[in-house]
Write a protein that binds this ligand. Structure first.
Ligand code: S3P
Length: 170
């Protein structure tokens, strides 16, 4: 299995941390789509939203995913909205294996509420709105090739389960 591995899922599911550790274990390259955008534009994601708006941010995300789809052996940690827009879910599925890191919105809401740095949380600022956004996105998340329930497990347990299921159980 040489193709890219894409981690998708709602905000707060640990896509970046899990991706980084998976890449270290496998000796693959790790790419975080938010980091690529921040590095390229030399500004934080909230600033990108503020200055250019969400539509432009979604176009940038699509550019990053399209560029990566021509490459291999990358563990790609995506943003929570990445698979939803511009057919990115299909681009990812066509160029690698897509893993959905999943847990309940109760756990995620507890983890994230009150934290800064996520412009989407300014709009979806109550549990009801947050949960509705998750449900709206879930059909796309469920198109992943593999779903890993992260529950309250540690990062390393999730990393090991991903690697085990990708390379030893399929
Ligand atoms: C977003 C999630 C964020 C980031 C941006 C938009 C979303 O990434 O890409 O703020 O639409 O859910 P994380 O999932 O890493 O928080």
């Amino acid at each position: 299995m040489d193709n890219n591995i894409y981690l998708i899922g709602f905000m707060g599911t640990g896509k970046s941390t899990v991706g980084k550790q998976m890449a270290e274990k496998l000796g693959w390259n790790h790419i975080d789509t938010d980091d690529v955008i921040e590095d390229k534009y030399k500004m934080s994601i909230p600033k990108v939203f503020e200055k250019f708006g969400e539509d432009s941010f979604r176009r940038l995300e699509n550019q990053v995913i399209s560029d990566l789809s021509a490459k291999s052996r990358n563990i790609v940690s995506t943003g929570g909205g990445t698979p939803i827009y511009h057919g990115n879910i299909d681009i990812m599925k066509d160029s690698g294996l897509v893993i959905h890191l999943e847990t309940s919105t109760d756990i995620l809401w507890k983890r994230l509420k009150g934290l800064g740095g996520r412009p989407i949380l300014k709009i979806y600022d109550t549990f009801e709105k947050f949960n509705r956004l998750y449900l709206d996105r879930k059909t796309v998340y469920d198109m992943a090739d593999m779903i890993i329930n992260i529950g309250e497990r540690s990062v390393i347990q999730v990393v090991d389960e991903c690697i085990d299921r990708i390379f030893y159980q399929r």
